[in-house]
Write a protein that binds this ligand. Structure first.
Ligand SMILES: C[S@@+](CC[C@H](N)C(=O)[O-])C[C@H]1O[C@@H](n2cnc3c(N)ncnc32)[C@H](O)[C@@H]1O
Length: 246
């Protein structure tokens, strides 16, 4: 069995405008195609939000959103049978392009970008909103992001997600031999040196079995958890709060 090893990835530390970083973000879209991430996320959301409220507004937060282009493809695949969405894209880097924002706007999704470290977001209490209520999301979602964290940081992140949402969906690298072999072959889809290195690191930091479920907070409500493989290279986790808003 592969032990879990979390190491700093190059893309996270390159300036957003560095040509190698731009190229690696484009590579990531090809990696998503191979992983089938768009349909994994779309199916995951549909399972978690089975009967969207007619005319309702769904509040979705993506953590570690990157440039938002994966979710734009998810949004396009769900339209038009999906409710109006108020979407917040949270990432340490402010890299969502005007074209991506325009793509969401065209579908009627209202998008806000929050450039913040997720651990700072997790450390502060839920934001008070008008009407005496606190920051709460119908769905928090993430892809290829949780694997950056381990130990107390991962626990704090999951606790903050559970405290602020009714549903959570994550797709991460699977820490498996097929994924490891695949990660060594990303050069075959034209990936640059940054992506080739980060792909291998991501698999070593990925998840297997019920590793995320084991860290999900025990207190704070009756959560239904599901975890397992997603395609050949992915690992999926979802959590639904029993009695959460429909
Ligand atoms: C591998 S990319 C995934 C992007 C996107 N979710 C996707 O699947 O295409 C990981 C993202 O996590 C962001 N990130 C890494 N550490 C972070 C942190 N502590 N807080 C917020 N964002 C972080 C990076 O800036 C990067 O955009």
């Amino acid at each position: 069995m592969l032990p879990r090893v979390v190491a700093a990835e190059t893309l996270d530390h390159l300036p957003p405008d560095d040509p190698a970083a731009r190229r690696s973000r484009r590579d990531l879209m090809r990696v998503h195609r191979v992983m089938g991430t768009r349909s994994i996320v779309a199916r995951g959301w549909q399972a978690l939000v089975p009967a969207p409220r007619a005319g309702g507004l769904l509040r979705i937060l993506e953590i570690g959103a990157g440039d938002g282009s994966l979710l734009l493809r998810v949004a396009r695949s769900l339209a038009p049978g999906w409710p109006r969405v108020q979407l917040c894209l949270l990432d340490r880097q402010d890299i969502v392009t005007p074209a991506t924002l325009a793509g969401f706007a065209k579908m009627g999704w209202a998008v806000q970008v929050q450039a913040v470290d997720v651990l700072d977001w997790a450390a502060r209490p839920p934001r008070p909103l008008p009407g005496g209520v606190f920051e709460r999301w119908d769905l928090i979602t993430t892809s290829l992001f949780l694997h950056h964290f381990q130990g107390d940081a991962l626990d704090a992140l999951l606790a903050a997600v559970a405290a602020r949402s009714d549903r959570f969906f994550a797709v991460e690298p699977s820490r498996s031999w097929p994924a490891l072999v695949g990660s060594h072959l990303v050069g075959a889809i034209g990936a640059n040196a940054v992506t080739r290195q980060d792909a291998v690191l991501s698999v070593h930091a990925g998840f297997r079995g019920f590793e995320i479920s084991a860290r999900w907070p025990k207190a704070g409500g009756a959560w239904q958890l599901q975890e397992g493989t997603a395609g050949l290279f992915g690992h999926r986790f979802s959590a639904t709060l029993a009695g959460g808003a429909p």
